[in-house]
Design a protein around this ligand. Structure first.
Ligand code: CA
Length: 227
């Protein structure tokens, strides 16, 4: 079992690290949100232990981003004893459980065991940006609660954009990852543009807030904010 622990207080991090390793878990430590996020993007973890009180990119922001990206690993947050709002915000943002600091080590272990039991077999089900939602099980797409009918290619294209939301996606990435076209000798830029236009007509045209933006000369970005 691989656990990632994001905690800036090195003493706490070290003590928990040693304790968990003794229990047979493999633990990676990250001392900042940025470092933690980098590890989350580069390695598979079974559980994230996340201190909400971090400098810079704080715990809630990390949680929010990873849930939006569709990462469904169980997340146990650590909060200050009196920070009720933090706890509520954390659970609302997609944490599975919380523990207040300071905590007793056996309690941490019990929570981790429970989450790992529960987490097994569950997988990613939903992606979302603003009021645009995608259910990966039923393959339904909703915007502002209304159902949108997409072709299978449009669905895959939107799924890819949702997973990369907030980041620029180039035509090259789309060619490779959505069309599985690796030969640069046969550029399919026009085909991609046609599909983007169709997708935009369905998910954006009837709505005031535009989500799918073109970044001239670079590609596209799915975001609530204007690039
Ligand atoms: Ca901290």
């Amino acid at each position: 079992m691989q656990i990632l622990f994001i905690e800036d207080e090195r003493k706490v991090a070290q003590a928990v690290h040693e304790g968990l390793e003794r229990e047979g878990y493999h633990v990676d430590l990250a001392h900042s949100g940025e470092e933690g996020f980098f590890l989350l993007n580069s390695k598979q973890y079974d559980l994230l232990l996340l201190d909400l009180m971090l400098p810079g990119r704080d715990g809630l922001e990390i949680l929010n981003t990873l849930r939006k990206k569709g990462l469904t690993l169980p997340v146990l947050i650590l909060t200050a004893r009196d920070a009720v709002e933090d706890r509520v915000a954390g659970l609302d943002t997609g944490a599975d459980d919380y523990l207040t600091k300071p905590f007793a080590f056996p309690e941490l272990i019990a929570r981790i065991r429970a989450l790992l039991r529960r987490g097994r077999g569950e997988q990613l089900l939903r992606l979302q940006v603003a009021d645009l939602e995608m259910d990966l099980v039923t393959r339904k797409v909703l915007r502002a609660g209304k159902s949108i009918s997409l072709t299978s290619r449009e669905f895959n294209l939107l799924e890819y954009l949702l997973r990369q939301q907030g980041q620029i996606v180039s035509r090259e990435m789309l060619a490779q990852d959505v069309w599985h076209e690796t030969e640069r000798a046969t550029p399919i830029d026009n085909l991609i543009d046609v599909h983007i236009a169709r997708l935009r007509r369905k998910i954006d045209d009837p709505f005031l807030l535009k989500l799918l933006h073109t970044v001239r000369g670079v590609g596209f970005i799915l975001s609530e904010e204007q690039p």
